[in-house]
Design a protein around this ligand. Structure first.
Ligand code: ATR
Length: 270
């Protein structure tokens, strides 16, 4: 068996082990996948110990994605732009490649699983932290008409938009600047939902027939999903599909096989 794991802190609620065990079973790949509670002051030591134990690859989650970016000996272009790594791939005895599959996961869930065409659309992305940085380049590569990154702290949205402007039509703004704008898709990448809140955005910001997508997921509708229903979104989705898709892309990077995701999403929906 080849050893893989997810490392984060906290880690007990991670669904990644369940997802990757399902992928291993489905593909017949000899993959053993565990979970590691990373120590907040010795992430690098935890990774080194895992490698010394024969580990072949890691998924990295909160709060270690930036540290994994610094640790990687080489970076994929996506990870380079994201400034964050969620997938570490062992190259040889001591060398690691860092990649970021969050954006691919979001784009595949929207386009393949849900049938939403991103090309030519006006898209609003809420938030400008690590979660948004991880997905913005793959989103822009789908050639939407325009992406607006809106953040409570406007300066963070400006600088994030400036950094990715070479990949497409993108601008940053503060939440209060959204008055009068409309979008066919709103993606929530803020952490507001973790406190049961929704970023304060104008009621009129969702175009008629528009969709809402929350990068968070939960067994019950998330606060932003509820906002979508209340504002007549044609669809209002949580991020469970994105979670499974980013895992599938990590599995592909490690094993060179892309697992089928729909049975795994259905299993997790219970
Ligand atoms: P993550 O890695 O999950 O993105 P982060 O880097 O701390 O975490 O970013 C959290 C994001 O959620 C930020 O965009 C933050 O806005 P600020 O930059 O203004 O702090 C946003 N956020 C958190 N709570 C929010 C709230 N109640 N309303 C609006 N935005 C919120």
């Amino acid at each position: 068996m080849d050893k893989y794991a997810v490392i984060g802190n906290p880690i007990e609620h991670s669904k990644s082990p369940e997802i990757h065990r399902a992928f291993a079973e489905q593909t017949g790949e000899p993959v053993a996948y565990g979970r590691i509670l990373g120590s907040l002051d010795d992430f690098v030591g935890d990774v080194r110990r895992f490698l010394a134990d024969g580990g072949q690859g890691l998924n990295v989650t909160v709060p270690f994605k930036e540290q994994a970016w610094r640790l990687a000996d080489e970076l994929s272009p996506k990870a380079h732009t994201a400034g964050a790594v969620n997938t570490l791939i062992r190259l040889d005895k001591n060398r690691l490649r860092g990649d970021n599959t969050d954006g691919v996961g979001l784009v595949r869930d929207l386009t393949v699983n849900q049938g939403f065409r991103l090309q030519g659309k006006r898209i609003l992305v809420l938030g400008a932290g690590g979660a948004v940085r991880g997905v913005i380049r793959p989103l822009l590569e789908q050639q939407p008409k325009r992406v607006i990154i809106a953040n409570r702290t406007a300066s963070k949205a400006y600088s994030l938009a400036n950094g990715v402007a070479v990949y497409g039509q993108v601008a940053g703004c503060g939440l209060e600047e959204l008055e009068g704008m409309q979008f066919e898709l709103i993606i929530n990448g803020t952490a507001a939902g973790l406190e049961g809140k929704v970023p304060s955005i104008p009621d009129s910001v969702l175009a008629k027939g528009g969709w809402c997508y929350d990068m968070l997921y939960s067994n019950n509708p998330t606060p932003f999903q509820a906002w979508g229903y209340e504002h007549q979104a044609a669809r209002s989705l949580d991020g469970l599909g994105m979670l499974v898709e980013q895992a599938a892309e990590s599995f592909r990077l490690w094993r060179d096989i892309l697992p089928e995701t729909s049975p795994v999403i259905a299993m997790l929906r219970g």
